[in-house]
Ligand binder design. Structure first.
Ligand SMILES: Nc1ncnc2c1ncn2[C@@H]1O[C@H](COP(=O)(O)OP(=O)(O)OP(=O)(O)O)[C@@H](O)[C@H]1O
Ligand SMILES: [Mg+2]
Length: 575
């Protein structure tokens, strides 16, 4: 384990140092009582049973019971506190990780499959818990037991001890050798697990497409391959673990046999006692058990270390849109401008080239152009989901990078091109869980948008549960709900990325009215696909392959007979 991991995770453990101290003390008691028990057994047999000393036997039996009681209670305390600590640490880790993920830049999520992210928050966090609850502390206890057992058998009878532990070096060597192999195998198992989760997640979220295009078969086949790979490596790993256990079992039987044969001979010759024999058999168990469990412990340890590396990788993910040190705090009026902006997603192929545009306080501007022209990208830059490579994006003539992004974004509302519906009620979907928004505000926003009567027709009105995919409401209705969402936040600046999906004329009218309402009294930047909605825009920018090639009012552009004219006539010829 390296220093970086230590530094990252130690504070989580340290927070519960008191609990851990308790379980550590309990562990010491448990170990000591375990070590004493066989010794008491020997004393009982040799000193009292052999000479028929009843009084002594009663005394030692009581002592025996007391030590067993200590063992029982200390084990209980130890298990309770390690598990409690493990759970608490897991909770802290999950919360921190979630918070960290939420703060990461949008670009991170377009790169990392969500199945992988989910695996981190579930499996990997769980692995770290295992490390604590059944790994490190138990390992420590086992090792202590092993060392003490060796010391005690040598103390009781050094010659017999030497014979008894003769197979021990072979056991230790195989534990290390096979343990190494296990480590590599389990690494592979973990990789397969991530693949399974990614595959599952992506197929589930795209289930409609999967079924519509009849690719169930092909996807199932792909999944089958992954599942098979998982099964094979997991099986090999398990078998290797069993092999190790069996080798150690065999060696422990040899040890036991040696004790019975040589111990027997020694006893007959008066160089050992029956009690010694009995005690040795129990101590041998203490010796071999940890080695036998080492395979499991090793796996837990390796799993945890690898999970730590991965979790640390997520924690170190610094793909963050930074806030400035001395942010500008000034009421935002809503002037937006882009000055000579160049931008590329991959820093190779340019997506936006020398973009200049302005939307003054209260103006409506529109962006039009072919698909992939770069319109949504402009919105992404204004919202500071990405930063421009060169040039500046300004709000009220101040570089957006000089504001705290949360502050700046709170003056903006966005209606996304593909409307997202969260799992929750209609109300939650409008407020996004912001409790400071009152019921009246919600209803009045919905009324203004013209979606109130629709919502009231739903089985439970505003309390109707919507599914994540939003499949229980139509595309048009989803858009209207997202309009109400934007309106209720009463933004200074509205970014509306119109959905490309076509809708019936009835809903179309509603949506047009909704858009008009939304734009009222605020700076609006509309990415329009239905050009009829932007006829009255103050300025229309025509984007083509990342460049603004035309700009002006609807009238100007129609007269110019350029690309806009073409797009416009094309759209109305179709209808
Ligand atoms: N997250 C991303 N990572 C890499 N490239 C991207 C990303 N998002 C968009 N692009 C690319 O950038 C270009 C512009 O995309 P953009 O989404 O801005 O187009 P658009 O004008 O909004 O198109 P549409 O009308 O279809 O919505 C496209 O070539 C697209 O493939
Ligand atoms: Mg777009």
């Amino acid at each position: 384990m390296n220093k970086k991991l230590f530094k990252r995770f130690l504070p989580y453990v340290f927070k519960y140092k008191f609990f851990l101290l308790i379980s550590f003390i309990a562990l010491i008691f448990a170990t000591l009582s375990s070590i004493i028990i066989p010794y008491l057994l020997k004393q009982a047999i040799d000193k009292y049973i052999a000479v028929e000393n009843f009084q002594g036997l009663t005394r030692i039996s009581m002592l025996f019971a007391a030590v067993c009681g200590v063992l029982f209670i200390s084990k209980l305390v130890q298990i309770y506190f390690t598990n409690l600590t493990g759970q608490k640490i897991m909770q802290d880790l999950r919360i921190d990780l979630f918070k960290h993920l939420e703060s990461l830049a949008v670009s991170f999520f377009s790169r990392e499959p969500s199945g992988k992210i989910i695996t981190r928050l579930t499996n990997d966090v769980e692995n770290m818990n295992e490390l604590l609850s059944s790994g490190i502390i138990a390992l420590f206890g086992d090792m202590a037991l092993l060392v003490f057992a060796v010391i005690f058998i040598f103390y009781i009878n050094a010659r017999l001890a030497l014979i008894a532990i003769a197979p021990l070096p072979i056991a230790i060597a195989s534990a290390i050798l096979i343990g190494n192999k296990l480590e590599r195998l389990y690494e592979k198992v973990r990789d397969y697990m991530v693949k399974i989760n990614i595959e599952m997640q992506e197929n589930l979220s795209g289930i409609v497409l999967v079924q519509a295009f009849n690719v169930e078969e092909r996807n199932s086949e792909k999944f089958r391959q992954i599942a098979m790979g998982y099964r094979k490596t997991f099986y090999t790993a398990q078998m290797t673990g069993i092999k190790l256990r069996q080798i150690i079992n065999l060696l422990s039987y040899i040890s036991i046999s040696l004790v019975i044969i040589f111990g027997g001979i020694f006893t007959l010759k008066g160089k050992a006692t029956i009690g010694t024999l009995m005690a040795f058999l129990v101590y041998l168990n203490y010796l071999y058990r940890p080695l036998r469990d080492l395979a499991d412990k090793f796996t837990i340890l390796q799993n945890a270390i690898s999970s730590m590396h991965k979790l640390n990788g997520f924690f170190e993910e610094k793909e963050i849109i930074k806030n400035p040190d001395n942010p500008v705090i000034k009421e935002i009026r809503g002037n937006v401008a882009l000055r000579n902006v160049n931008f590329s997603y991959d820093k190779k192929t340019p997506t936006l080239k020398d973009i200049n545009l302005t939307a003054k306080n209260g103006e409506k501007i529109a962006l039009v152009g072919f698909t992939g022209a770069g319109k949504s990208t402009i919105a992404n830059l204004i919202l500071r989901f990405y930063d421009a490579d060169s040039g500046v994006v300004t709000v009220d003539d101040i570089d957006v990078r000089k504001y705290r992004k949360e502050y700046m974004r709170s003056s903006m509302a966005i209606v996304l091109q593909n409307v997202f519906i969260f799992k929750g009620t209609v109300r939650d979907n409008i407020t996004l869980g912001n409790n400071s928004i009152t019921e009246e505000q919600i209803i009045s926003a919905a009324k203004e948008i013209g979606v109130h009567s629709f919502i009231m027709k739903l089985p439970k009105g505003y309390d109707t549960e919507l599914s994540t995919e939003g499949t229980n409401v139509s595309q048009g209705e989803r858009q209207l709900i997202s309009f109400a969402r934007a309106l209720v936040y009463n933004p200074k600046i509205l970014l509306l990325d119109e959905a490309t999906a076509s809708i019936d004329t009835n809903t179309e009218e509603l949506i047009e009215k909704g858009i008009k309402k939304l734009m009222e009294g605020r700076t609006s930047i509309v990415i329009a696909h239905r050009l009829s909605t932007i006829k009255n825009a103050d300025r229309i920018y025509v984007i083509n392959r990342g460049r603004i090639i035309e700009q002006g009012t609807h009238k100007d552009l129609m007269q110019k007979k350029g690309l806009y004219y073409e797009l416009y006539t094309m759209q109305f010829e179709k209808v």
